[in-house]
Structure formats: C-alpha cells, structure tokens
Ligand binder design. Structure first.
Ligand SMILES: Nc1ncnc2c1ncn2[C@@H]1O[C@H](COP(=O)(O)OP(=O)(O)OP(=O)(O)O)[C@@H](O)[C@H]1O
Ligand SMILES: [Mg+2]
Length: 356
C-alpha cells in the first residue's frame, strides 16, 4: 500500500455532510431488536457513525473538517459555516430528489461540493431513466419494463426469468432473494405487493445469469481512473440463495464477524473482457456526467457482453475491510488506502472547481 502525500494549496475549511442511520440514535435502539431485518430496510442507504467519523478523520489529515448533518437545519448551517467545499455523502430523504437535495442547496449557496450534480444524482436514482439514456447511447443494459400499476403488465414482453426491483432505491433495498421470478402469475402477485410497500413503480428486467462485477471510478475527464474490477463470485454463495447480490446477501449473510467470501479483486479476466468492461463503464460514467467518483455494477449477458445494471454516483465507503464495501476494496487493490482514496476524491472536486 503506498501512501500518497498530498499537497493541498492551503488548509481548507471542509464540511462533511451526511445522513446517519436512525438506529445509531440510542432512543431508536431501545425500540428495535435488530437493525437489519427484512422489514427494516428503510434506512439501508444511510451511514453509521463509524463511517462518518472515518471519513472525517481521513479528510482531517490535510484540512479542517466540520460535520454537518443533512437535516432540516443544514441550509442555515452551510450559510453560517461558509465552508470552502463540502464533502457530500448525504443520501437525503423523501423520494427521487433525495440525493440531489444537498447538491442543489450548495449550488444555490455557491459552495463547491464533491461528487455529481443534482441532475446526475436524480437520474441515476431512477433505474428506468438511466437505462433509457444508456439505450440511446447504445450501451448494453438488460431489457426492462417500468410498471406503475398491475394493469400495465398486460403488455409484458420480457423473457423469463426476470428480476423486479423498486425503481428508485439503492443498497439492495427491496431486492430480496425472492425477487428473481420464473413465471408471469407469480410476478403479477409479487409486484402488486411491492408497488404498495415501496410506494413507487417497480422495474422488471430480464435476468442476466452471467458473471457480476462492480467497478469503481475516480476522477474526471482524461484523468478518470478505473480502479481494479471487483467480481462477486456466486459459486461461493450459500446454496439456498439465488445468484444475486440481494438485501439478504449484503446485510444479513455478510457480517464483519462472518464475512461472505464472494469478492475477488482484481477479478480474474482475460485482457479483452477487462478492456470491454473498462470502456463500457467509462462511457457510462461520461454519458451520465458522473463527477469525481462512482461505482458501476455490471453483469455479463448470455453472449458474454458486459451490461450495465446500475450506476451509483454516491458509492458507499465503509471503512472496515471486513464489511466488504466495494469502492474501498477496489481502491485498496490499487494500493490506495482509505484516507488516500477519500482525499483523492476531494482533490478531484477541487481541481474541477479550479481550487487546486
Ligand atoms: N437484470 C439483472 N440480472 C441479473 N441480476 C441482477 C439484475 N438486476 C439486478 N441484479 C442483481 O441484483 C443486485 C442488486 O441490484 P441493483 O444493483 O440494481 O440494486 P441496488 O440496490 O441499487 O444496488 P447497490 O447496493 O449497488 O446500490 C445486483 O447486484 C445483481 O446481483
Ligand atoms: Mg447495485
């Protein structure tokens, strides 16, 4: 692991903005038995204090860092604090604007921030819109249908098996082992329940049974780095589970005490496939105007062609390697430790704003 010594042009005032999981609050804990159960995936995307503090500590090596919770008072906090730049990991709350809320506020206040702008964040949160754009640009992505009401299933034309997921979620929220479906009647029944439960449309996609990868990208323009590719090896998976990276796989079977051994980084790839995956994710990153960093999920179709599953412009960065957080895992394989990686994200944003 090589330590990069950064040269920031001065000590900047950095605000780290975040949403903390409610179960981190002692009052919440006393009312709940277990933070991660099937019916408690509501705040799956929010962060723990372990992550928030690890990021703060990493950024504090070079700059002055203040925590700003992305709550209803944050507009005033930013106005008073006047940070030089905001390191944004806030996932926001309420609907499709949620990831865009902090960047939109910061655009209004003319405060620079790390990561993508409101348009990219909202677009990528809507898996259907993202796939429409990718399809226009001829980037392979599984065939799909967005279903707002059960009646729309009468035009159903996809080949089984399919996988259904909430249209606008992340962190495997609403994607369970049972989300892979083989027949139409089962699909119809399950989708009705899902639309109601998650209060949003469902996206149904043809199921790609090939190898799965996730790819971390860092930087902008010509300098964008594709970090070593992570493969999820489903042959190492508990036998009773479908070969998908479901909520159960991510949050129940994979714990720091007993980590799932399904990740292979760097993935074992022949040169041609590696180049194809890299060019596909890089094109996707640029087409969607991703900034500074992102993690892009890829799966091979039956012809071995890399297809884009989804784009995460606010990648999770859990600090403990045993948590198998894929962005830090890819960075570590590239020789970049946790603090180096986060400071590189900050530097990318500063360069973009002409601050470096
Ligand atoms: N069309 C598909 N074919 C095969 N598997 C799929 C497909 N779509 C999703 N999956 C499986 O479901 C998993 C979760 O899907 P997806 O990445 O869309 O959800 P997410 O909750 O947004 O993920 P993240 O945690 O990365 O934000 C994928 O990692 C993959 O294993
Ligand atoms: Mg994903």
């Amino acid at each position: 692991m090589h330590k990069v010594n950064f040269v920031f042009t001065k000590k900047f005032k950095v605000a780290l903005t975040y949403n903390v999981k409610p179960e981190e609050d002692p009052a919440f804990k006393s009312h709940s038995q277990h933070a991660y159960s099937i019916d408690k995936d509501e705040y799956a995307e929010w962060d723990t204090y372990e992550t928030i503090h690890a990021i703060r500590d990493a950024l504090s090596i070079y700059n002055d860092v203040t925590l700003v919770e992305a709550d209803n008072n944050c507009f005033e906090s930013f106005r008073q604090l006047k940070p030089d730049i905001v390191f944004n990991i806030s996932e926001g709350k309420n609907g499709i604007s949620r990831e865009a809320q902090i960047p939109a506020i910061l655009d209004m206040l003319e405060i620079p921030y790390t990561g993508s702008d409101p348009l990219t964040l909202s677009t990528c949160l809507d898996k259907g819109r993202t796939k429409e754009i990718l399809t226009f640009h001829k980037i392979p992505t599984p065939k799909f249908q967005v279903v707002k009401t059960i009646e729309q299933l009468k035009n159903f034309e996809l080949n089984f098996p399919v996988i259904y997921k909430p249209l606008q979620e992340g962190s495997s929220k609403g994607i369970f082992d049972s989300s892979v479906v083989d027949d139409f009647f089962e699909l119809k029944e399950k989708i009705g329940i899902h639309i109601e439960r998650y209060n949003q449309p469902v996206i149904v996609e043809e199921f790609l049974s090939g190898r799965e990868f996730t790819v971390a990208l860092l930087g902008n323009g010509e300098e964008t780095k594709v970090l070593p590719i992570v493969e999820m090896r489903f042959d190492e998976f508990p036998e009773e589970l479908n070969p998908i990276y479901s909520y159960e796989a991510k949050w129940i079977y994979d714990t720091p005490e007993k980590p799932l051994n399904i990740y292979n980084c760097p993935a074992d790839l022949d040169k041609a496939l590696e180049e194809k995956i890299k060019s596909t994710v890089l094109n996707t990153y640029n087409i969607l105007n991703c900034k500074d960093w992102s993690r892009i999920d890829v799966r091979l179709d039956s012809n071995g062609v890399p297809n884009i599953i989804e784009v995460n412009p606010l990648p999770g960065v859990l600090p403990n390697p045993d948590n198998n957080s894929c962005y830090p895992k890819a960075a570590r394989t590239a020789g970049l430790d946790y603090s180096t990686t986060l400071n590189m994200v900050l530097l990318s944003a500063m360069r973009r704003y002409g601050m470096q």
